[in-house]
Design a protein around this ligand. Structure first.
Ligand code: DHE
Length: 518
């Protein structure tokens, strides 16, 4: 009897040990704990999509910490009391694994996602007395909010919740009334700055990069990584106007790294991540026909003419020696400089439609953050390097390097304004992340360093409409927006904000100011 009891006890113990050793079932854990908010397909519902492409730097230990402790100021609870450490680790591994197939996200899915919050009203002027041309839209990434700031008094007009993880610059209609935001989950939101109201939203992709607005303000282009599409939306009601299934002329599919507006050309220019083509898409309804040439068809074993197109959304393919992302354009939009892999940059002449120069630009230039101005009688552009504490200044005529300006560490953004002789840049990617460098655009020397708060990341500067004030972010969850006098560099005001990742001045954006991003 005793022996049987002992045996039974041993069997129970063995079973328990075995249970403790069994691998946690991540699929079941996800279905039980996460699917309700993040979707059984991981594509997002109330909560964001949980795909490696969308999570970016939120993967690994950071994702584990969020699952364990939750996220403040969101509906994400902490699971530390409910799930064991190995179960949390299994969930992290699960959401870090790409989906086996690229999900379908076409016209039907986009249209079905539409949320209409309010109708636009007919108004002659805004509902407030602040200058509508000097408003700032401040994206607060810490708790996924946006603040609309009066750029004369530096006082918030309103603050509202945005979609999770906005990325890239919001884009404004040419009259400055409406602004469009985009989230990494592909949500595009239309907001009325005159009534301070969110109007409508659609999900144009599953993992999106950025948006651009057409010269006439009628169309929005959405660059997607997932699926491989470039989506055209009407700015009126966010309805789908066209979806480009992005493939090169040989049929190879590609992610879209970014899309930009080229105002003098009345077109969008898109950077393709995986193929050696740049796409130009007409936003002029009367655009002349584009003949994209011929291709060898492996299926049919013959040379085939590619379909030509004309008018609105006519597609022109520009072949380049290798995939380029992160573009900077010269002011007339005749040339672009794009970064290729291995520290190389390629200049493409958009008029003739081919590459004209290759440059060595080691240190990973962040061309999208570049700015340009006239120096010593010639046009120059300057771009921070993501891997080195340097600013590279290039002559835009012959693309030679005019100067390399040393900064305390690698930076991400650079900003200026027509009415200031200074350019401001950060060192947020290095040890001196708390320090901004102010460069004199005449001497190309750093003339001042500013540390808004020791030990706290300082980054992303934007000027007001007049260029007299520079607004700087303290890029922390308990961060701030700091207003500086742009001539004396003295601090004028500090507004608490939650990781204000970017700020965008209506006037500077709609006039394509030299010192800011477009
Ligand atoms: Fe960005 C703009 C690409 C990581 C914050 N970023 C852009 C643009 C591109 C780009 C192409 C221009 C789009 C536009 O304005 O319409 N960013 C990339 C990357 O490829 C990269 C390195 C990797 C990635 O994961 O996408 C990257 N970006 C980041 C970040 O980690 C940042 C610092 C934090 C975040 O919020 O994701 C970041 N990117 C920004 C911001 C802008 C931006 C704030 C708009 C700057 C502006 O003033 O216009």
């Amino acid at each position: 009897m005793k022996l049987r009891c002992l045996l039974e006890a041993l069997l129970v113990a063995a079973a328990l040990t075995g249970a403790a050793r069994a691998e946690p079932d991540a699929t079941k854990l996800f279905a039980d704990n996460c699917a309700e908010c993040h979707g059984a397909d991981r594509l997002g519902r109330l909560g964001p999509a949980l795909l490696p492409e969308n999570l970016g730097r939120m993967m690994g230990a950071r994702a584990g910490a969020v699952i364990a402790d939750g996220r403040t100021a969101t509906q994400m609870p902490g699971f530390a009391g409910k799930l064991a450490k190995d179960e949390i680790a299994a969930l992290v591994a699960y959401i870090s694994t790409p989906l086996p197939d690229i999900p379908v996200w076409g016209q039907h899915e986009i249209e079905a996602s539409r949320v209409v919050h309010a109708q636009a009203e007919k108004l002659d002027r805004p509902r407030f007395d602040a200058d509508p041309m000097n408003l700032f839209v401040v994206v607060e990434a810490g708790d996924h909010h946006a603040t609309i700031l009066d750029g004369d008094r530096f006082e918030p007009l309103t603050r509202f919740q945005t979609r999770f993880a906005l990325h890239g610059g919001p884009k404004f209609t040419p009259d400055g009334r409406y602004v469009f935001f985009m989230s990494r989950d592909g949500w595009v939101s239309k907001y009325d700055l005159w009534t301070l109201t969110m109007l409508a939203e659609v999900r144009a992709g599953i993992n999106a990069r950025n948006i651009a607005i057409s010269r006439d303000g009628k169309h929005i282009a959405v660059a997607n990584y997932l699926p491989h599409t470039l989506v055209m939306l009407s700015t009126d009601d966010l309805s789908v106007e066209k979806i480009f299934d992005v493939k090169d002329k040989h049929g190879k599919s590609s992610r879209v790294s970014a899309v930009y507006q080229a105002p003098p050309r009345d077109s969008f220019i898109a950077a393709l991540k995986d193929v050696g083509e740049i796409w130009e898409i007409a936003t002029d309804p009367n655009a002349p026909p584009v003949y994209p040439g011929f291709v060898h068809s492996h299926e049919k074993g013959m040379i085939e003419a590619l379909p030509s197109s004309q008018g609105l959304f006519a597609l022109r393919r520009i072949e380049v020696p290798e995939p380029l992302d992160d573009f900077f354009f010269d002011p007339p939009y005749r040339n672009l400089i794009g970064s290729a892999r291995e520290g190389r940059a390629i200049v493409v002449n958009l008029t003739v439609g081919r590459d004209v120069k290759q440059l060595d630009l080691p240190g990973l230039p962040h061309l999208g953050s570049g700015i340009s101005w006239t120096w010593d009688g010639r046009r120059v552009m300057a771009t921070p390097l993501l891997k080195e504490g340097k600013i590279s200044v290039l002559d835009m005529q012959d693309w030679s390097e005019v100067k390399v300006i040393e900064t305390p560490g690698p930076g991400f953004f650079m900003r200026s304004h027509e009415n200031t002789p200074y350019a401001w840049t950060d060192s947020m990617m290095g040890a001196k992340k708390d320090t901004l460098s102010i460069i004199d655009k005449r001497s190309l020397e750093v003339v001042r360093s500013i540390t808004p708060e020791p030990g706290k990341t300082a980054a992303h500067v934007e000027f007001d409409k007049s260029g007299r004030h520079a607004l700087v972010s303290i890029w922390e969850d308990q961060g701030a927006l700091v207003v500086y006098d742009a001539q004396t560099f003295t601090e004028l005001k500090r507004l608490p904000m939650s990781r204000p990742s970017g700020k965008y001045n209506v006037w500077n954006k709609i006039t394509f100011s030299d010192g800011t991003s477009h």
